[in-house]
Structure formats: structure tokens, C-alpha cells
Design a protein around this ligand. Sequence first.
Ligand code: SAM
Length: 391
Amino acid sequence: MNDLAPLLTPEGRALLDEVRDTDPAHELAVATRLRREHPAELVSAALGQARLRQRAVAKFGERDAARMFFTPNGVEQSTRASVAAYRAGRFRELGVTSVADLCCGIGGDAIALARAGIRVLAVDRDPLTAAAARANADALGLAELIEVREADVTEVDTAGYDAVFVDPARRGGRGRIFDPEAYSPPLSWAVEAARTAPRAAALKVAPGIPHEAVPGDAEAEWISDGGDVKEAVLWFGTGRESPVRATLLPGPHTLASRGLPDPAVRPPGRYLYEPDGAVIRSHLVAEAAVELDGGLIDATIAYITADEHRPTPYAAAYEITDRLPFNVKKLKALLRERDIGTLTVKKRGSAVEPEELRRKVLPKPAGPGSVTVFLTRVDGAPTMLLGHPVR
Ligand SMILES: C[S@@+](CC[C@H](N)C(=O)[O-])C[C@H]1O[C@@H](n2cnc3c(N)ncnc32)[C@H](O)[C@@H]1O
């Protein structure tokens, strides 16, 4: 389908309602029945849209996803609602009341901005994608705040908007693009656009962006949601009190850089902390270690250890019960002795394949016990640390 218009007619909308909860296993039968009364193309468009809406629930929630319109790329590339809402909140805090959303896709960010009370110019050059963004603004009652324009962002005048937001396309014909200059538009173009914004700007980039690629006048923020790192954002106009941040959702919990040196290496204490991915990607392990009064078990490994437990959103805490040199036979014997049936394998600084290890040490999981094993290095030595999550 390359046109949304038929789905926006009363017949199209009624059909969308009808196929809403279609089980993929019954799709063929449903399509055959509906084709007796509706054009075949409309029926397959409605079924395709229903499938996209089901996929979009994880990002937009059931209520919104059921009313929105998507393209396959649009679902894939859109910002999840939690992250978009957080970012929109930051724009508000910076006093922004209007944003040029350059590369709006199906409108994930534009919707969150509008819901934060911000007026949005949403631009995308792909006609179907722009049509979806427009339909979404309508469907969610935000059309008064969102103007959708089908255009190339490099040709759009953003004068008259407080801020610029750019979420470049980072996927090409061959999959994900890692070189920021190969983004569409390239990062260097987006940085220039950001610098012209009167109040603030934000550029969404891949979380794997090297720190060296962050412009000196930007603040880089890594964002995770539910423990998964979702993106990095380059902010301009924040005053840049700290050049790097890690933000964890839900929360938000934000850890800001303080320019601390690497934490000291010390022997493992009673607790081991596994920092959130956003903390690791943002290189703020030292900032997290200070909060925990902890040190590293190895200079090159991002596990923090401490003698006392301090609850923190920035790292998952484990109470360590055993420390052994890496040895598969010993681990197997220990699991048998303790009646372990559930084994969680975590690793940093070890080449061991967790699944392979699990097959070797727990060939027939049965016992009632559970344990987490960390395959890592302690001051250079391959080590197994066993423990349990601190609730
Ligand atoms: C990552 S998606 C944006 C997702 C969006 N922020 C959301 O949450 O739904 C990138 C979009 O940029 C658009 N795009 C890429 N280059 C463009 C250009 N030069 N001008 C306008 N749009 C462009 C693509 O069509 C694509 O829809």
C-alpha cells in the first residue's frame, strides 16, 4: 500500500475497526470473507495496518497504537512514547514552546512534544510517512499543535521555532548505519541546524556513538528504558552544566558527569553492582561508584563492588556468596551440592558462551535453588562470583 487515504474514509475506518483483533492465524479466512464486500486492496491494507498497530503496542501502548497509523519503517524507527515524553519534558524545562521536528517519521516525537504543550512543525520527505504523521496528529486530537510538512529537511526554514529536533534515518538498504555522516541527513548537517536554533536543540543518535564524535558544545545524554539502552541525544542550549548524562526510565533518574577519575580497583566485597547500560555507555561508572562508596573488581571491567548495600537506580545489586577461580567442574559440583535448578549467567571480560556453560554445568535443571554466576576477571584473574539479586 502506498496511500493511506483509502483507510481514512468511513469505509476504511470501519474495516480497520472490524479487523482490529484479527489473529494472524485467521487472517486468510478473514480476508476471504471481507473481500466479498470490500475491494481486495482495501482489505489487505486494513489487515496490514492492524498488524502494524499490534507491533506498535510495545512502543505506544494499546490505547494510542489502536488509533494510530503506521508504515513498516515508521514503527521500527519511531521513538517509544516513554523516551519521547521524557525528551519533550526536557524541552519544556528549557523554556521551549515551539519545535521544528526535522525527520518526524510517523510522529512519535511530534506527538509527545504536542502533548507537552509544544507547537510542532513536523517534517518528513517520505509522502506515506508524512501522511501517517498527519493522520496520527488528527487521530490523537493534536492537529492544532502539529503542522506536518512533506519536504526535505535541508530545504525547510526553521526560523520562528524556539528549538530544533532532528532524528535522522539511521537505516539504509543494507541495515543499520553506524557512521554518523552516513545518516540521512548527515550528523554534521544536523549539528549546524542545531546551532542555529534560538533556544535549544536535540539530535537523536545511535547509543553506540563514540564519545569523540560528540561536538564540544553539546551535552550527550544516554537514555535507557527498563534497563535497555534506547538512544543517545546530543543537546544544545542546555547550559551544559555537565557534558554527559545517563538517564534511566522510568523515573527519570539522571546521573550527571562530574569529571571523576576512574574508580580504584579493590577486592570484591559483599556486594556486586551491575551498572545500567546507560551508565556504562555514558562512561559514568565512576559517578555511580562514588554513590555506592564502591570500587572496581578490575580496572577494565564495569562491575562495582562494595561492602555495604546502598539502593540505587543506576545499578542492579547482588549479594555475593562465593568467589572461585573460573573452573567448569567446580561450578557444576557446587550447583549440584546446592540443588540449583535456575542459573543466571552474566559476564563481563570473559569469552565463555553463557548458553554453552549452562548446558555443561546444569544439563538437567531440576533443583529448587537459584543462583547468578558472574563470569569475569578480578584484578586480571578469570573468576566466577556467585550470588543473588538484592531485592
Ligand atoms: C528515525 S525516523 C524518525 C522517527 C520519529 N522521530 C518518530 O519518533 O516517529 C527518520 C525519518 O527521517 C526521514 N528523512 C530522512 N532524510 C530526510 C530528509 N533529508 N528530509 C526529510 N526527511 C528525511 C525518513 O523518511 C524517516 O521517516
